[in-house]
Design a protein around this ligand. Structure first.
Ligand SMILES: [Zn+2]
Ligand SMILES: [Zn+2]
Length: 421
């Protein structure tokens, strides 16, 4: 039997990694402009961390985690919990009262795999810890909007408030009354949720449930004075920054710790309207995990979906040269010379490659072309004798004779590739 990757686990092949790097480097550049620092976190954590932070009754904790039962450890299903754990463990707040952090990496959830949704998937996770100021909420959403616009992806921003521990209980009561009046018409998942996590009934994707909750009471009409003011200011700041958004009273979070601002960037390009980025405020989380009272807000971006959207939109950049120079040696002695020269060139910063076996010039030129080489250096017996090699520019087809010296050749291929850029 042939060995294959697990269902829901995917190799990202060399053809695709360029696009991944492009997305990541654009995102990193943007985060730098917004004064964020990177944090790198372990993939494996104590199971308890996720039960406490995400909530024991969520779908993630109930059925989607990869847990080693004997060790009581779990492959992280998201990054926020680990980031909070690290924030508390290393007392990061003592270094800087407001921490702007991001992390990029794989997450693991045992879900039904579908297009753009895998069991090992990648997220960029962005968090700001230490400020409850609504400006931060607006700033994060503005940053998200800027990232999508710089990537050339059309999205719309949806916004809601989830209230807080002061106002949510009374809303929850009203919602429960409403759900109980419609219980017979809801799906079995929602019937279960009505006792464990009634807010989740609001974002059930099944059409009969959607129809039922259409006239459910809105949290926005039940916010306490503080939440109401916070939400009004978030919207005011978004308008100041010219960020378009719409209110979506059905948007809730699968994660229990979210309060107040919650938002999603959604797109219709992947079939049904779906989120490519989801985030919100979680002011009580750090305290719940044993840290000090620290407000926080963040979002997670699904990189698989982002890459898929770029592939759909054909935003793929023109194929660039992947190496500066291909060295073609004709015969054993020339090939030996090329091998040594290649190492010198690579040491000086030139991207170079060659065929390790002895091949015909034709076959080597073919390889150079396939490798996307900007230049080819040809060395045969005569070139060895005269200590002059032939340097061919693959774009213009022009050839020149150059001294067989790493510094000279390095300069020639480097200068030309720079001036072309
Ligand atoms: Zn409130
Ligand atoms: Zn339902």
């Amino acid at each position: 039997m042939k060995l294959k990757a697990l269902n829901g686990f995917k190799d990202i092949l060399p053809d695709e990694t360029g696009l991944w790097c492009q997305v990541e480097s654009k995102a990193r550049g943007l985060l730098e402009r917004f004064h964020f620092s990177e944090i790198r976190l372990p993939v494996l954590e104590k199971t308890e961390l996720f039960a406490r932070s995400i909530g024991a009754t969520t779908d993630i904790v109930e059925k989607e985690m990869y847990t080693f039962v004997d060790k009581q450890v779990t492959m992280r299903p998201e990054a926020t919990a680990s980031l909070m754990r690290a924030f508390i463990q290393h007392n990061l707040q003592a270094q800087k009262p407001i921490q702007r952090l991001f992390t990029i990496g794989p997450m693991f959830r045992h879900e039904r795999p579908q297009r753009g949704r895998l069991r090992q998937f990648h997220q960029m996770d962005v968090e700001v810890l230490g400020s409850a100021n609504p400006r931060i909420d607006a700033e994060l959403m503005a940053m998200g909007a800027l990232l999508f616009s710089e990537l050339g992806i059309a999205v719309s921003l949806e916004l809601n408030s989830l209230g807080c521990p002061v106002c949510r209980p009374s809303y929850r009561k009203r919602l429960l009354e409403f759900i109980h009046s419609r219980l017979d018409n809801l799906c079995s998942d929602c019937k279960r949720r009505s006792t464990t996590n009634p807010l989740r009934v609001l974002d059930c994707k099944k059409p009969p449930c959607r129809e039922q909750v259409n006239d459910a009471p809105s949290i926005l009409e039940h916010l306490c004075a503080d939440c109401d003011e916070h939400f009004a200011r978030v919207q005011k700041h978004l308008l100041e920054l010219n960020i378009e958004f719409s209110l979506n009273k059905f948007m809730v979070r699968g994660l229990d710790y979210y309060v107040r601002t919650t938002f999603e960037f959604v797109t219709g390009e992947l079939g049904a309207q779906s989120a490519v980025c989801a985030g919100g405020r979680y002011d009580g989380l750090i305290e719940a995990l044993g840290g000090g009272k620290t407000p926080g807000i963040g979002f997670a971006l699904g990189l698989e979906r982002l890459v898929l959207l770029l592939q759909l939109g054909d935003e793929r950049p023109a194929k660039e040269n992947t190496i500066d120079l291909f060295l073609a040696g004709l015969g054993e002695a020339a090939s030996d010379y090329c091998f040594k020269l290649m190492h010198e060139l690579r040491s000086s910063g030139i991207r170079a490659d060659m065929d390790l076996d002895i091949k015909s010039l034709k076959s080597q030129m073919k390889q150079a072309d396939k490798a996307g080489a900007a230049h080819v250096l040809i060395i045969g017996e005569q070139e060895l004798e005269e200590h002059k090699a032939i340097l061919r520019d693959m774009a213009t087809k022009e050839q020149q004779r150059v001294a067989m010296d790493a510094a000279v050749i390095g300069k020639a291929v480097e200068r030309e590739s720079r001036s072309m850029a």
